[in-house]
Design a protein around this ligand. Structure first.
Ligand code: C2E
Ligand code: CA
Ligand code: CA
Length: 695
């Protein structure tokens, strides 16, 4: 557009004419006798879409120089008859690129001799045209300043102009792309059909709007939302096309992040419950039509809580992450793995032929050691399996049956898998009614305590007993704790039951210390859950002891080994409080849990109870005998007294005595008894194992 520099020549117009020339709102210019542009007025600058202060007049002369050159025909007709102005319909280009129609009137200026010394031209546009020009100015401003990328192409898609945002977004400068086909921007991510449909729409309606992937100058592919409009000429033919677009990279990234937060588990990166349900629903809908089966597995880690409690939450999180990795390795592309929450994972397996192998593989992989916090951790899994559509054709139904199957595995001792069966459904219903009955039992106080003597083996003395709870069920009669304690623990109802047991047992020991023996001691079983319950139910202990004015030694608390493995602060704190109150501690069921003798010193323990399974196989199994002997010796070295549980035969008793065991408990001495029978026993009316009365 820029040709050469011409001066805004100092033209020898008289002063008045010059004033008029500069002040008139009519665009005017002067030309030399050869028709070349000599001078333009401010109105013309404005007319062409520039600001006065934007342009130095002399420089401005270079603009459209050729456009303002008077052509030969005009000059000829003016030269032929200088008394007539020439009027021509003409067009000028606005700075925005728009074409302005105008009427040009050219008159010659004569000197005193009547010779033409220059031509003066004025441009007239209609009011409508003027308004258009204002709008164009506005449009050009929008075009230049918009944050949207803009691109103008000709009818063939060749780029004629772009704005600065275009450059910002695409990285292409104006000169990189002008004259090139707009295809230069495309990424090749959309197929031919996509473009075919797009052009179809543009050709029929003139516009199109949608999202697509383009490529930047630096090669990066990015998403845009783009709208394309067409400018038609008077004949209805395509004049230009204007494309407006915005970069969606940031918006898409945010969308992705929001999607990730809503649908993925942050610890393992696996789909979460919401996405799992969506996927399963989708698969069910797809599968319904094809009539083949899929399998849903529900996996619950065994002992995850212990890891969390002993090694801390970070280690727990790490374990979940490693588990997720192992599951993904086992399932590969044959299914979908998700984490439902806690230590529960689900696997949707698309091909049930692979089921048996996959399940076994998962259990094998899970059982391999995990190294966490410099320790080797072993963990197993319980897997419930349900089949679609055999067991249910609904997401909720499948989840329920997988859960029931998983529960069955837990009940059978964990580390395994089980298919859902309809009897499980019945069991689940039974379980639910048991929970309700148990709740009712608590409300109606249907519990009693039985007492089993703990006999001092050296002299047959009974100054200790274990309080064992029973449920007096209105229909079933006496229900053993093995049948309701597990449910009570799962549901948390154990807290209420435990509170009742403590109150009842303390009241009883108070009476017996008054009436039978002043040093009498009762052992009370505390489920690990009670150690983790809130302060209130825990403080119940001390409040009650104080109320009855009982010393701490009047009770002993029986805890299980697993509590020794729990390194949480609240357990430590509570154990310490018991010690401070002089309450003695017995380690129950020794040998059945995970703790080794090395853990014994963690808490200050007075008694260790050898589990009845050891006592009862001692006679047949030499190894067990040796084990019992070393347990007793080790305990004594640690200043801990040993109670043998479940003594049923004289032979067992004799062996234990020979091993220097301190106390014995079992049917050989007495079953757990109701209060009145127990009182008869310790009052001496019962005859002991040796034919001698208990003392
Ligand atoms: P445990 O603490 O190991 O209690 C000893 C169990 O062994 C009692 O079963 C007792 O009746 C039984 N037993 C005693 N001598 C013999 C014997 O010579 N041979 C055989 N085969 N068994 C014998 P019980 O009363 O059915 O209690 C079962 C379990 O329920 C208890 O095991 C204890 O873990 C739990 N439990 C009982 N009462 C309570 C309680 O008040 N609170 C809590 N948290 N748990 C309790
Ligand atoms: Ca016990
Ligand atoms: Ca026991």
């Amino acid at each position: 557009m820029i040709n050469s520099k011409v001066e805004n020549h100092p033209v020898d117009l008289d002063r008045h004419t010059l004033q008029l020339f500069d002040a008139t709102p009519v665009p005017m210019f002067c030309s030399s006798v050869t028709g070349d542009l000599e001078k333009i007025n401010p109105a013309l600058i404005q007319f062409l879409g520039f600001q006065q202060d934007e342009i130095h007049l002399p420089d401005f002369m270079i603009y459209h120089q050729d456009k303002f050159k008077l052509d030969k025909t005009t000059l000829d007709s003016l030269n032929a008859d200088s008394s007539f102005p020439v009027v021509i319909e003409t067009k000028y280009e606005h700075s925005s690129g728009a074409i302005l129609s105008a009427q040009l009137t050219v008159v010659p200026q004569l000197n005193n001799s009547g010779e033409i010394i220059r031509y003066i031209s004025q441009i007239v546009t209609s009011a409508v045209e003027n308004k258009k020009s204002d709008q164009l100015q506005l449009a050009s401003l929008v075009y230049a300043k918009s944050s949207e990328g803009m691109m103008i192409t000709d009818k063939d898609g060749v780029i004629v102009d772009v704005n600065s945002s275009f450059t910002k977004i695409t990285g292409y400068l104006k000169e990189d792309v002008c004259g090139k086909n707009a295809r230069i921007l495309s990424s090749g991510q959309q197929d031919d059909l996509f473009y075919k449909l797009m052009w179809n729409r543009i050709n029929t309606s003139g516009h199109w709007k949608g999202e697509l992937w383009n490529r930047k100058k630096n090669g990066i592919v990015y998403p845009v939302i783009i709208s394309i409009n067409t400018d038609f000429d008077k004949q209805g033919k395509v004049n230009k096309r204007v494309a407006l677009f915005s970069d969606l990279t940031d918006i898409k990234a945010k969308e992705r992040q929001i999607f990730k937060q809503a649908y993925y588990d942050t610890i393992t990166g696996l789909p979460n419950r919401a996405l799992f349900i969506e996927r399963l629903n989708h698969i069910i809908n797809l599968t319904k039509s094809k009539e083949n089966s899929i399998a849903l597995m529900l996996l619950d880690l065994d002992g995850f809580k212990e890891v969390n409690d002993t090694l801390g939450h970070e280690a727990g999180d790490e374990l979940l992450k490693l588990t997720a990795e192992r599951l993904l390795l086992c399932v590969k592309e044959n299914g979908d793995v998700a984490r439902l929450g806690g230590d529960e994972f689900t696997i949707i397996l698309h091909d049930i032929k692979l089921l048996e192998n996959t399940v076994k593989n998962i259990l094998k992989k899970l059982a391999q050691p995990y190294s966490l916090e410099n320790e080797e951790i072993y963990i197993t899994g319980s897997i419930g399996i349900t089949l679609f559509p055999d067991d249910s054709d609904q997401v909720s139904g499948l989840l329920k049956s997988a859960d029931q199957a998983m529960y069955a595995v837990k009940k059978q001792g964990r580390n395994g898998f089980s298919y859902f069966t309809h009897s499980m459904h019945q069991e689940a219903l039974d379980r639910l009614s048991s929970i309700n009955e148990l709740r009712e039992g608590i409300e109606k106080q249907q519990f009693i305590l039985h007492y089993q003597p703990i006999v001092k083996l050296a002299n047959n003395e009974i100054s200790k007993a274990e309080a064992l709870v029973r449920w007096l069920h209105p229909e079933k009669g006496i229900v053993s704790p093995d049948q309701f304690i597990p449910i009570a623990e799962e549901t948390g109802l154990i807290i209420e039951i435990g509170r009742w047991v403590v109150n009842e047992a303390l009241q009883q020991v108070y009476v017996w210390r008054e009436t039978v023996k002043e040093n009498f001691q009762l052992s009370i079983n505390e489920s690990p859950l009670q150690f983790k319950s809130d302060e209130n139910s825990f403080n119940n202990w001390f409040a009650y002891l104080e109320k009855l004015d009982l010393p701490g030694e009047s009770v002993s608390i029986e805890i299980t080994e697993n509590l020794l493995m729990d390194f949480s602060e609240s357990v430590d704190m509570k154990m310490q409080k018991f010690k401070d109150a002089n309450i003695q501690i017995s380690l129950d069921d020794f040998g059945t849990g995970y703790a080794s003798l090395s853990y014994l010193k963690r808490f200050d323990i007075e008694f260790l109870k050898i589990d009845k399974s050891y006592v009862q196989s001692m006679e047949q199994d030499k190894d067990v005998l040796i084990l019992c002997e070393s347990i007793i010796q080790m305990a004594h070295k640690l200043d801990i007294q040993v109670i043998a549980e479940g003594i049923e035969t004289q032979q067992q008793l004799d062996i234990l005595k020979s091993l220097d065991c301190d106390y014995g408990q079992g049917y050989l001495f007495s079953r757990p008894l109701p209060v009145d029978e127990f009182e008869l026993l310790i009052s001496g009316s019962f005859i002991g194992a040796h034919g001698t009365p208990y003392v």
